[in-house]
Design a protein around this ligand. Structure first.
Ligand SMILES: [Zn+2]
Length: 322
């Protein structure tokens, strides 16, 4: 089972639980009414028997089916009206004991006409977001609130930083909108505070909304997870999500303490994902040259050969905002 399937299964389970709770609450209210209103229990029993009685009567009577159906429906409607009147007479709202579902469109089944209801889609996105490792803070980082005006100055070739970053922004937007299994991997390179985290969060959000699983974590946390698993300090399989999610975002590569182990983990992870057509976004304050120094030739050639490099230019926009 893929991560996405596992996650969808938990969402469906949540729906089943909340639907059953709504029904059982309604049944409690129904019992409450039946204890207080004389004749209601008998009326409800008769209402409940209509369906089975009709099924039985219709079974041997194909030619009479429509007539029977009409008869039973009329009977049902009149009983329901009687029930309504009885409840009102005792000062209760007629739907006092009908189930109160969170979503009226799908009665918390998650489906309308065999199609996923909007509420189910939203629940899956929310679950995916909670599982992604993207914090609450980054939930507000979108393409819409990425401010290009913070990017002052010009580049060596005379192009303004603002214009250059405008291109980076539209590239990222397109990337997120067209995300799929064939998407390329990205290497976001540039100094601190130039918006790498902002844009990777914005991509993550969009990709999650499209129904993909995303994991966002710092390079250090990822290495720790593999190390803990290897030395039995955490459950077997706890690093699995980094290998199998649809999009892996490794934040701040190069800030961590590099060991032979972390180099091997990174190399294996990159290889596994590239071979299986699973895109990644890696962001780093280091330039490609420094990556080569820190992470050796093998990783450098992977990053150079299989990743599209996006350069972030400008001055630290966090300082400008302050
Ligand atoms: Zn719904």
């Amino acid at each position: 089972m893929t991560m996405n399937e596992k996650m969808q299964r938990t969402v469906h389970e949540d729906f089943r639980v909340k639907r059953e709770a709504a029904i059982s609450d309604a049944e409690d209210r129904q019992r409450f009414l039946q204890e207080r209103i004389a004749g209601l229990k008998e009326l409800d029993a008769e209402l409940a028997s209509i369906g089975p009685k009709f099924m039985f009567a219709a079974m041997g009577n194909r030619e009479e089916f429509e007539k029977l159906e009409l008869e039973f429906r009329t009977h049902q409607t009149s009983l329901m009206k009687e029930r309504e009147a009885l409840l009102r007479a005792h000062g209760f709202d007629p739907d006092y004991d009908s189930p109160k579902f969170e979503c009226e469109k799908c009665s918390d089944t998650g489906y309308v006409d065999f199609k996923a209801c909007e509420c189910l889609k939203n629940a899956i996105v929310k679950k995916n977001y909670l599982n992604s490792g993207l914090g609450k803070a980054s939930y507000n980082q979108s393409f819409e609130n990425f401010v290009l005006d913070y990017y002052g100055g010009t580049m060596k070739d005379g192009k303004s930083n603002k214009e250059f970053m405008g291109d980076v922004l539209s590239f990222c937007k397109q990337y997120a909108e067209n995300f799929g299994k064939e998407s390329e991997s990205l290497f976001l390179s540039g100094g601190t505070g130039l918006g790498k985290t902002h844009l990777s969060s914005a991509i993550a959000k969009k990709v999650i909304e499209k129904g993909y699983s995303v994991i966002y974590d710092s390079a250090q946390n990822i290495f720790d997870a593999f190390e803990n698993e290897r030395f039995g300090r955490s459950e077997v399989g706890s690093s699995e999500k980094y290998k199998n999610c649809s999009l892996l975002i490794i934040d701040d590569l190069g800030a961590e303490y590099v060991t032979q182990f972390s180099v091997a983990v990174l190399y294996n992870l990159l290889n596994y994902r590239l071979l299986n057509g699973k895109p990644m976004i890696i962001s780093s304050n280091l330039g490609p040259k420094e990556i080569e120094k820190t992470y050796k030739e093998r990783i450098y050639s992977r990053l150079g050969g299989d990743f599209t490099v996006l350069r972030f230019v400008g001055n630290d926009i966090r300082k400008i905002k302050m």
